[in-house]
Write a protein of this length. Structure first.
Length: 420
């Protein structure tokens, strides 16, 4: 009998948790099963999860299919009704050894207990980030430091899939990173659902900047530290200090902006206004002139007019954004935004998303051209491709040592990459 097959949909945190599930299922002795770790960020993500489950069943007709992740947590009955699915387990249950031991009782586990095993995620007060020592390629490891979200943006279902915000204590994080550095990792990325809320539930309520400073001080051999997506309005003084003074903190921040118009931001129940986003990016670039920004932006949120959209489009250059994640708005049942009567026409949503993506392509080109002739320190992901400090891909004709940081002069560009 073969080892279980895992499929991960959605975010980096899901990928991290898949690695933990692999270890838990292996320890439990689970064989011959398919595990699908789903995403619930949009209605489209749930549709894709169901499509993937059907495909996996056709490819593995004799293997029971176990569905977990955010979509399983928020709408377990959707998956329980599928004939292809043997078990639905929640986001808390998937990180517990007992769950996998019970599933691994043998091929007869199907129907041995209730098909749906999903508890109230809002009652969870701890995160299981200490289960594994990060994961990643040989060059970069990802470390979960936070899970869940206390905010209730009107378009977002994720708090109901992830629960309230929980932080991994700083000491546990530092110990994990020390072990990763001892194993040869040159770069660590901190991940979470709402990273800038890290620490609010810990004694003395430390901030993300405190954690960053502590890691850099206590793990002197860590070459590079990255932060994944942050909410710029929640950035604290120590994080700004780290941006200004710590060269080992990489100059690339992905911002959860979502829109560029104040009225739409209020209707989204965001905590910042347009000027707050511009002020933050200007300040960060003053402190660190080589800083680059990615951002999430939604096109076609309910009530969005052409004028509202133009403010989002203009934000791309006003904030000097480079790497855009554009989300065409997708009505998500169970969210307040889905109940707003003035939904935007689907063709308009598609067209606006395309215009945002085109603006993003132009910004990438501008960034790439500005790097020609510069020297970068590039972390090699494979012998022919690595990433700069700003997370820009660089290709090499001659092989380089995988997992190492190499200095190279940028000779030219392709559509999306640098050439060294």
């Amino acid at each position: 009998m073969s080892a279980p097959k895992f499929t991960t949909l959605g975010c980096r945190l899901n990928a991290y948790e898949t690695e933990a599930m692999k270890e838990l299922s292996e320890a439990a002795g689970l064989k011959n099963a398919v595990v699908v770790n789903t995403c619930a960020v949009t209605a489209e993500a749930v549709r894709k999860a169901r499509q993937e489950i059907r495909k996996l069943h056709r490819e593995n007709p004799d293997a029971p299919i176990i569905v977990t992740g955010c979509a399983a947590q928020t709408e377990p009955e959707t998956f329980a009704k599928m004939d292809e699915v043997s078990r639905v387990i929640g986001n808390t249950e998937k990180m517990q050894a007992d769950t996998w031991q019970e599933i691994a009782q043998g091929p007869d586990f199907i129907g041995a207990t209730e098909k749906v095993q999903v508890d109230d995620i809002m009652s969870v007060t701890e995160t299981a980030g200490h289960l594994i020592d990060g994961f990643g390629t040989r060059s970069r490891a990802y470390v979960q430091v936070q899970n869940g979200c206390d905010h209730r943006c009107t378009f977002c279902i994720i708090p109901y899939g992830r629960g309230n915000s929980r932080s991994v204590p700083a000491g546990v994080v530092v110990d994990q990173i020390k072990r990763l550095v001892d194993r040869g990792y040159n770069e660590v990325v901190l991940t979470g659902v709402d990273l800038t809320s890290w620490g609010a539930d810990l004694p003395a309520a430390p901030k993300l900047g405190d954690l960053v400073m502590r890691i850099l001080k206590l793990v002197p051999d860590l070459r590079r530290l990255r932060i994944s997506s942050i909410d710029s309005i929640e950035v604290d003084e120590n994080l700004m200090q780290a941006i200004a003074t710590e060269p080992r903190l990489m100059p690339h921040l992905h911002l959860s902006l979502q829109h560029g118009d104040d009225l739409i931001l209020k209707r989204m129940k965001r905590r910042h206004l347009r000027d707050d986003a511009i002020r933050f990016t200007e300040e960060a670039m003053k402190l660190r002139p080589d800083m680059t920004f990615g951002a999430d932006i939604i096109a076609g949120f309910p009530t969005e007019s052409e004028a509202h959209f133009e403010n989002s489009l203009k934000l791309v250059t006003d904030c000097n954004l480079t790497w855009l994640h554009v989300f065409p708005y997708s009505k998500r049942e169970g969210t307040p935004a889905a109940r707003i009567p003035q939904q935007v026409n689907g063709n308009d949503i598609k067209s606006r998303a395309a215009r945002l993506r085109a603006a993003g392509v132009a910004q990438v080109q501008k960034h790439l051209q500005a790097q020609i002739g510069r020297t970068h320190h590039i972390l090699m992901e494979n012998p022919h491709m690595g990433r700069t400090e700003q997370f820009t891909e660089v290709t090499f004709e001659t092989p380089q040592p995988e997992g190492q940081i190499v200095s190279a002069n940028i000779l030219g560009t392709t559509d999306t990459q640098l050439r060294a």
